[in-house]
Design a binder for this molecule. Structure first.
Ligand code: GLN
Length: 500
């Protein structure tokens, strides 16, 4: 095993800048790691070997020629397979798009290309990002590098597992209800859902457009900040894109501090339903933050208890509309009915029956029902009202605190198959992450230690556009915890028999 793959993206960038390693060497080390372990982990649906090495070789050439390069030039990255990429397949984890190639790049991909970061490939996910375990992928589950019998979270389990298994130093995810933060939590990595509109959604295959957000997955808070600065910023191709920047994230991550910061503990996101090991790590973090000079206050967000219910009306409603384009006519799979006339409705029916998995079908049925004429106000309309109440809870909480804190997920990684037949138990994984999507506020999950040998995530939330606060608080807690453990959490991981 090559030591290089254990380093942070920031450390790798330094080594590239000083000429100690070449981008080709670095990219090859990660490709080697992928060949070595991905048979067991299944984080990647596609490995982009030739193009990644070509980009790396071009970076080395440019550096040798004295060109000024982006800090992350030559640092490889993995991409969640919900984000479209020219020249690499995009499946969304679905048979519906198997073999499909996008004719264009997502804006975040255009920016990654501009920074000249080699793309290692596309990572596994729950079909169309619907799930919390990556078991709903049409291409087999991803496994958690901490314990291969356990789930890596979802929907972005592939991106989180790739980073946690040292197959990639950085990855992109998407977060509609927690799909960046919950996988980060259960794999011991860092995941950020930026402020809604902070990163362009152009080219992210839509799940629920008013909730979706692309964001970074990494092993350190600073690395996430470096990546968010590459992908973030205004994009005229996304009508919900914010026009002004969300602050200096890298500077905030480099100067992590909680001295004098008011940190609000959300009363409703702890206690019943949260594993005792998760709560123990959470309380330990609160103590560390207090000792470091933070003022810990309790805040109450009474409407958060309705967030999960309202999410499972709004998300399926928007998804049912977004997924209507998979009709067997425009692009993607076309399946023909076994017999009978070839009418458009029958081809559409056969295509959707063959192309979509059970979870996607379940949500389309739920969404079309919630949006149907007689029920629109009762379901979708009420859920939108709850959304307003959640926003008001956040406003009140942020009047008392600079950032809020909670466990990222109520539990650690569960066993594969354990919740597959129980959709409600699966949905409960996101109780603590969904409120942020409902209000558009940014959130970060950082590794908070282990419970029974499995990673626990700690979540910070900040007001809209205050992403920098997440990085400031996240970097501070990361340092406090590393001092306590004597190093980064993932360095102690039994990742596939140890990385050493
Ligand atoms: N697990 C949640 C769901 O299944 C969130 C998914 C996501 O953020 N993409 O809807």
């Amino acid at each position: 095993m090559n030591e290089l793959i254990t380093l942070s993206a920031a450390a790798l960038a330094d080594k590239l800048a000083s000429g100690e390693v070449s981008a080709v060497e670095l990219t090859q080390a990660h490709l080697d790691r992928i060949s070595e372990v991905d048979g067991a982990v299944n984080a990647f649906l596609h490995v982009n070997t030739d193009e990644a090495l070509q980009v790396a070789a071009d970076v080395d050439k440019a550096r040798a020629a004295g060109e000024t390069l982006h800090t992350l030039a030559g640092v490889p990255i993995a991409i969640k397979d919900l984000i479209v990429t020219k020249g690499q397949p995009t499946t969304a984890g679905s048979k519906m798009l198997e073999g499909w190639m996008s004719p264009y790049d997502a804006t975040v991909i255009t920016r990654i290309r501009a920074a000249r970061m080699p793309m290692l490939g596309k990572t596994n996910l729950d079909e169309f990002a619907m799930g919390s375990s990556t078991e709903h992928s049409a291409f087999g589950p991803t496994r958690n590098p901490w314990d291969l019998d356990r789930i890596p979270g979802g929907s972005g389990g592939g991106s989180a597992a790739a980073v946690a298994a040292f197959e990639a130093p950085l990855a992109l995810g998407t977060d509609t209800g927690g799909s960046i933060r919950q996988p980060a939590a259960v794999t011991g990595s860092v995941g950020v859902k930026p402020t809604y509109g902070g990163v362009s959604r152009y080219g992210a295959i839509a799940m629920a457009s008013s909730l979706d957000q692309i964001g970074p997955v990494s092993r350190t808070v600073l690395d996430a900040a470096l990546l968010q600065e590459v992908i973030g910023g205004h994009d005229p191709r996304d009508s919900t894109s914010l026009t002004d920047p969300v602050g200096n994230l890298v500077e905030a991550a480099r100067n992590g501090s909680v001295a004098g910061m008011r940190i609000g503990v959300i009363k409703e996101l702890q206690g019943e339903g949260y594993e005792s090991g998760v709560l123990a790590r959470f309380n330990e973090s609160l103590e560390l933050l207090k000792d470091a000079g933070a003022e810990i206050v309790e805040v109450s967000c009474p409407n958060f208890k309705y967030a999960l219910g309202a999410y499972y009306l709004i998300m399926p409603s928007e998804a049912s509309s977004n997924l209507a384009k998979y009709d067997g006519v425009r692009y993607g799979l076309r399946a023909l009915p076994a017999d009978g006339p070839l009418t458009i409705e029958r081809v559409m029916g056969a295509t959707r029956a063959a192309g979509f998995g059970d979870e996607v079908k379940r949500r389309i049925i739920l969404g079309t029902y919630a949006l149907s004429a007689g029920y629109y106000d009762a379901y979708y309309g009420s859920a939108q009202k709850v959304r307003t109440l959640i926003q008001r809870d956040f406003d009140a909480a942020f009047a008392q605190a600079d950032v809020l804190i909670s466990p990222t997920s109520p539990n650690t990684a569960f066993k594969l198959g354990e919740k597959l037949d129980d959709p409600l138990a699966m949905y409960l994984n996101d109780v603590a992450t969904i409120p942020a999507n409902m209000a558009g506020v940014p959130g970060i999950s950082i590794p908070g230690g282990l419970a029974d040998g499995l990673p626990v995530g700690i979540q910070f939330l900040a007001p809209v556009r205050e992403d920098a606060r997440l990085y400031r608080a996240g970097a501070a807690l990361e340092r406090l915890l590393e001092n306590k453990w004597g190093g980064p959490l993932l360095a102690s991981a039994p990742v596939l028999g140890g990385v050493k």
